[in-house]
Design a protein around this ligand. Sequence first.
Ligand code: E4P
Length: 223
Amino acid sequence: MKIFLDTANIEEIRKTRDWGLLDGVTTNPTLAAKELAKGLSFKDLVSQILKETPGPVSIEVVATDYEGMLKQALRISSLGDNAVVKIPMTLPGLKTIKALNEKRIPVNCTLIFNPLQAMFAAKAGAEYVSPFVGRLDDIGEDGMSIIDEIKAIFLNYDIKTKILVASIRNPIHVLRSAIIGADVVTMPFDVISKLTTHPKTDEGLQRFLDDWKKNFGEGDFPL
Ligand code: E4P
């Protein structure tokens, strides 16, 4: 399963990349706006993210009509070979996905909340579909169940579109995604950090170090 970081923050991207965990990045207008408040232009921010990320980076259009989305998509795609255009799951969005697919421009279809939306986005030619599990949990539904359903549909019809689990809130979302066999999870930096730690790891390491010091003190490593 590929791990994407859901962020527009360069420091978070660098840290995750340097840990060897980063396969790609997803951004959205909310995440970008948070970073733009720090003074960078949108073009510079996107170019920097594309340069620092060793894999696909999803950048979202903000137009909602077909012509507008297509125009913005072409600009996004011209910024780097690893740029993926994020298009919302709407009817003009489907038309845009089809047009971009014909130009071989990869699309991540975002804001998916039921499995049939995912099936239609795949049919229009999306390379990724992004079901938002956390936002479904927020309204009292079991977000992860749509990942199960999308996986079953894609297996039934041998659909190659990748399932990119989005709106991840906690490590359980990631674990269930891996068990179901989702292609990608995109998660915020704090979830990635939580996944790498365990209190028993810290406790165990401390015990090893204490026992070592009892024998060898603080001196040089004796090898
Ligand atoms: C996905 O690509 C979105 O950027 C993201 O996962 C949305 O997550 P949120 O529901 O936590 O805002």
